[in-house]
Design a protein around this ligand. Structure first.
Ligand code: DX5
Ligand code: ZN
Length: 219
């Protein structure tokens, strides 16, 4: 099954609680919460308090995408804020294996995110402590960017590598995931779609319509 997850950094922060409630009712599968430190990526978004503030309004999993340096120093903060899944960037930590193991030891699902230029071989010796892999299909930091075409090949190579190594791990794609790019990412192995300005957060359509349209397009 292909999972749909709104990227809440694309939401109107003035009505974030209402957006979460409506998106939950519209049938999304998880919520993608981008956290940025202005250092690993040149931007800032939501912090633990914002995540904590919307936690009571949905039971759907919170997928916290840590685009921060040394994410191992911040895991407890986001676990306490209500994360169910945490993805960390290979490029942001010296100790990827230990960081992923710590996420799992706390009962959460562990994700590893790859910047577009990072080879999939980086994952080879942590596949046994990974529950999902986030292939960044844009350079991290901002919504509304253009999909990087070589990421189709990267997804295909990743799918082949996981098959060869005997792992069945969820592949998440994050960045400009919309009607032009969904067929290609699904064909190349993705099964978790982070949906932002290209598919869910559009001014001329309600969340209910956007989710229904997406679901029909995917099935
Ligand atoms: C970018 C974030 C993405 C982004 C997606 O660094 O990780 O989740 O918000 O937004 P769109 O879908 O507009 O590219
Ligand atoms: Zn993200």
């Amino acid at each position: 099954m292909t999972l749909i997850g709104p990227s809440l950094m694309c939401a109107d922060m003035g009505v974030l609680k209402e957006s979460v409630i409506i998106l939950d009712q519209a049938g999304v599968d998880f919520f993608h919460l981008d956290v940025m430190d202005g250092s690993f990526v040149p931007n800032f978004t939501m912090g633990p308090d914002m995540i904590k503030s919307i936690r009571p309004y949905t039971k759907k999993p919170f997928d916290v995408h840590l685009m921060v340096k040394n994410p191992e120093n911040h895991l407890s903060t986001f676990i306490e804020a209500g994360a169910d899944m945490i993805s960390v960037h290979t490029e942001a930590t010296e100790h990827l294996q230990r960081t992923l193991q710590t996420i799992r030891d706390n009962g959460l699902r562990a994700g590893v995110a790859l910047n577009p230029s990072t080879p999939i071989e980086e994952l080879k010796y942590v596949l046994d402590v990974v529950d999902y892999i986030t292939v960044m299909t844009v350079n991290p930091g901002f919504a509304g960017q253009k999909f990087i075409p070589l990421m189709y090949q990267k997804l295909s190579d990743l799918k082949d590598m996981l098959f060869k190594e005997g792992y069945n791990i969820n592949i998440q794609v994050d960045g400009n995931i919309g009607y032009e790019t969904i067929p290609g990412v699904l064909e190349n192995g993705a099964n978790m779609l982070v949906c932002g300005t290209s598919s869910l957060f559009k001014p001329d359509i309600t969340f209910e319509e956007a989710v229904t349209n997406l679901r029909q397009f995917i099935e």
